[in-house]
Unconditional design. Sequence first.
Length: 187
Amino acid sequence: MPAKHTRESALALVDSTTDPDGCHLWRGSRHHRGYGQITFAQKQYGAHRLVWELHHGEIPEGMVIAHRCDNPPCCRLDHLFLTTQTGNQEDMCAKGRQRSPRGNQHWSQLHPERRLTGDRHHQRRHPEKWARGERCGCAKLTETAVREMRARHATGGISYAALGRAYGVSKVVARLAVIRKSWQHVP
C-alpha cells in the first residue's frame, strides 16, 4: 500500500465487482471488528467513513455513518446512512444485533447448567488465588477487628454506626462485616 493515499488510491481499495445489490467490500487493512481502516491525509479513518466523506463532504459533529447491510467492511454508498449514535443503537436493537443481551436472552439465563456456582465456582475451587481480607490492598479492617466487631455487636447495645466510628470505617462496611456479607472467611 502506498504511504500516502490519494482519493483514487483509497477508492481503489473498495471492491465494487459484486452483484448490483451486493456489498462493496474494503480490500485494505481492517480493524479487529472487521471495519476497514485507512490513513488518509495524515488522519486515521474508518473506511466507510472516508468513502462517505469523499462523496458527501465532512460528517457533521455528533453524527455517525451506519450500515444498512450490517456488514462492517462494506463501503457501498447506498448501504451507508448518516445518523446519530442513538439512532445507530436503535437500528441495532431493532435488527436484534445488540451485543449484550439482557434478561431472558442473557447467556446465563439460556444456559443455567453451565454457570459455575457454589462449590463449582473458581473462587471456591482455588481460594488461594484470591486476595481476601487483609491480603486485599484496600482493606481497612483486620481479621482481629472483624472478630471484635462481631463479638461487640453480639453482646448487644452497639449500633453499626458506632462500630464504624470505633474502627474507622463507615456504618455500611461495619454492618457488612458483622452480618458476614463481607469477610466471610473469618470464623
